[in-house]
Design a protein. Structure first.
Length: 291
């Protein structure tokens, strides 16, 4: 799903350029310039397109129609020369796009599950599967695996070195596990890794603002205002938000929460056509800057 209108898209681009200027550089005509007007590096479009269109992604590309990686990463402003951290990459759906973008000129950290006493068994299975991809799949080779847990492991990259931290559909997990503290501590970890002026990009299932967050704790959906407040408490400033990943068909009130919808389809064959027609969840897409 693309931005709602050309006007909105232009406004978001303008906001991104303005905020970048505040950190000593600015974006114009898909190029990044220093304060003196020197071209630093081409902006993200070409490198993102190459990574998204790579045939080596295989069947993973079938989810692009819902997750909009091209538009999302351009909105966040990723560049090939950046140090990027992806939080809890799971099976590596986004990793297979992100790592090739920065592999040659930048650095990529995959902050995967932290193995602690009592960690769920699927943590280990997921991590081992991811490590196997790093060893055998060219899309993942060259990245560095670090550990993340919202309250137990915050060293996702050397402190103050990251240009960008990205988290896709994770905030609800920290809230379900440890409530407000879980979410707030996660954002503290992101701020620790980022340089001043660094970007935090958040994509999350969106709960309508007229719903009660606590009453919907197990739904997998989060209120946009809640996520923004948590980020701001950790020292971030909201730079821009987008409806790139919005889905107006999603009412966010399903029997098994967000997992009722694709790709999980937690009800199995029950009303499968109904939920498949809705598609993946309605999602907020938020771009923050570390102050």
């Amino acid at each position: 799903m693309l931005l709602k209108s050309t006007t909105k898209k232009l406004a978001l681009v303008a906001l991104a350029g303005l905020a970048t200027a505040c950190t000593g550089s600015y974006v114009k005509d898909n190029k990044t310039f220093s304060e003196d007007g020197e071209v630093l590096v081409s902006a993200s479009k070409e490198s993102v397109t190459k990574a998204v269109m790579n045939p080596a992604r295989g069947d993973a590309a079938m989810r692009d129609m819902y997750r909009n990686p091209q538009q999302t990463l351009e909105f966040f402003g990723i560049r090939p020369d950046m140090t990027v951290v992806e939080i809890l990459p799971g099976g590596g759906w986004y990793t297979s796009i992100l790592n090739p973008i920065v592999k040659d000129q930048g650095k990529f950290y995959a902050a995967h599950f932290h193995m602690y006493d009592g960690a769920p068994g699927y943590y280990q299975r997921s991590l081992e599967s991811f490590k196997n991809k790093v060893e055998t799949n060219e899309l993942y080779q060259g990245l560095e695996i670090t550990e993340f847990h919202h309250t137990k492991a915050h060293n996702i990259a050397p402190a103050g070195t990251a240009d960008m931290v990205l988290t896709f559909r994770n905030v609800h997990n920290w809230y379900m596990a440890d409530g407000d503290e879980g979410v707030e501590q996660a954002f503290v970890a992101f701020a620790k890794a980022l340089k001043p002026g660094g970007v935090l990009g958040v994509v999350e299932h969106r709960l309508p603002e007229n719903r009660d967050q606590a009453e919907n704790k197990r739904s997998g959906y989060m209120k946009e205002s809640y996520v923004i407040a948590a980020a701001e408490k950790a020292g971030f400033k909201l730079q821009a938000k987008s409806d790139i990943n919005a889905n107006p068909k999603d009412t966010a009130d399903h029997p098994r929460g967000v997992w009722t919808l694709p790709p999980r389809l937690a009800l199995g064959d029950q009303d499968k056509a109904k939920y498949a027609a809705i598609g993946e969840s309605d999602r907020m897409t938020l771009k923050f800057v570390k102050q």
